[in-house]
Design a protein around this ligand. Structure first.
Ligand code: FES
Ligand code: FES
Length: 127
C-alpha cells in the first residue's frame, strides 16, 4: 500500500515529537490506543493563561499514518482554544493526508487523542 506524499513527509520529518511534564498544571495529556491494531498515541497540549494552545507534542507508537496524523494535529492545534481543537475531525485529518480507508482508524486515533487531552485539562481545572 502506498503512502501519500504528505504522510511520508510527516513520517520522515515528524513535527513536535516529545513530551511535556504531565504534572504541569498548564499541560493536558491525552493517551489513546487503537483497538484495531494496538497502536498507542500520546498527545500533550500546553495551554496559556488565556486558554490558547501555545504548544503541542506527541509520541506515537504506531504505523506511518498514525505518526503522520499526530504530527499534523500538533501543527493544527497551535493557536486554537481547547474548544476549537476539539472540533478537529478525523475526516479533516484523513483528507489532508489522503489516507486510504484501511488507515482511517489512524486519524480517528488522533481525533480521540485531542479529545482525551481536552478532557484531561478540564478535569485538572475542576480540581
Ligand atoms: Fe499500526 Fe494499524 S497496524 S496502526
Ligand atoms: Fe492503527 Fe495506523 S493507527 S494502523
Amino acid at each position: 500500500m502506498a503512502y501519500s506524499e504528505k504522510v511520508i513527509d510527516h513520517y520522515e520529518n515528524p513535527r513536535n515529537v516529545g513530551s511535556f511534564d504531565k504534572n504541569d498544571p498548564n499541560v493536558a495529556t491525552g493517551m489513546v490506543g487503537a483497538p484495531a491494531c494496538g497502536d498507542v498515541m500520546k498527545l500533550q497540549l500546553k495551554i496559556d493563561d488565556q486558554g490558547i494552545i501555545e504548544d503541542a507534542k506527541f509520541k506515537t507508537y504506531g504505523c506511518g499514518s498514525a505518526i503522520a496524523s499526530s504530527s499534523l494535529v500538533t501543527e493544527w492545534v497551535k493557536g486554537k482554544t481547547l474548544d476549537e481543537a476539539a472540533e478537529i475531525k478525523n475526516t479533516d485529518i484523513a483528507e489532508e493526508l489522503a489516507l486510504p480507508p484501511v488507515k482511517i482508524h489512524c486519524s480517528i486515533l488522533a481525533e480521540d487523542a485531542i479529545k482525551a487531552a481536552v478532557d484531561d485539562f478540564k478535569s485538572k481545572q475542576d480540581k
